[in-house]
Design a protein around this ligand. Sequence first.
Ligand code: UDP
Ligand code: MG
Length: 320
Amino acid sequence: MTGVVMEKSCLYIVVPCYNEQEVLRDTANVLARFLSDNSDLLSERSRVLFVDDGSRDKTWSIISALCGESRRFEGLRLSHNRGHQNALWAGMDTVKEKCDCLITIDADLQDDVNAMRAFIEKFQAGVDIVYGVRKKRDTDSAFKRLTAEGFYKVMAFLGAETVYNHADYRLLSKRAVQELMRYDEVNLYLRGMVPLLGFHSEKVYYERGRRMAGESKYPLKKMLALAFQGATSFSVKPIRFLWKLGLAIMLLSLIGGVLDLLLPGFDPGFTAFSVWCACGLILSALGLVGEYVGKVYEEVKRRPRYSVMEYLQSDDAPKG
Ligand code: UDP
Ligand code: MG
């Protein structure tokens, strides 16, 4: 070292919480310890922001108690449950002016907290986006692993640029967050949006652990919804595939029709079947087109992504 003193960074750790009363206190302890253990890199003003995504259990009362106990903690309470992606957005939007960089991490700390030090080191070396990437998925059930890995492959096939095995554990520099907040879409799919920013990015690999307590807030239904969101927000391939399929079926039936005329006694016998099949196809095609139209409908309304009910922060908190 040449005696240059690296300026310490003001970090915000943004934690979305939905019915997380079982894990919240432990999570808060671990994150507060992380901030103090890494005070060589982090400024005093660094904070943990818990975003309560309309929980129905004691999550908010625990968050407000935590805010009373330490100035390290802040709490943002959304007026109702808007889902993980919107909760993350609300948190990032709230701190975008106050921090030098932020890290988003799930409340159950399945993602290895210790990887955050490497995130910050990379940030201080000039990287704007650091993706946390899971090395293995031994701790997830075989089903979760299969569906999750299948998901990344389908997304890649559809042409949406996503980082394989990276969920929403990432660091964003202040300017990356500010750029991200300029994206106006209300159908959020952060994993697809962040790579669009184009800033210098790097990956940090870590082992994924088990959920500390409580159960997954991402049942299959929500996971499928997110996958569908990703596919339809980031790709028009499904819709493009439809006309190719329609064309292929039309050509096949034309060939069948010609053969029927030319070859006496040629009767493949699927007239009834093919009519039903074509009906089904038309209906599902219409439905898919409808999904895209529905998306346009939601986008043009421009409804706010979240509404804040309360924001707790210490008096000496960084001001935005
Ligand atoms: N979450 C949220 N709103 C929701 C569902 C989940 O804020 O509607 C949060 C949840 O509290 C957790 C994170 O999103 O911090 C990821 O959820 P979970 O750990 O249950 O998902 P999994 O790891 O099973 O995919
Ligand atoms: Mg989890």
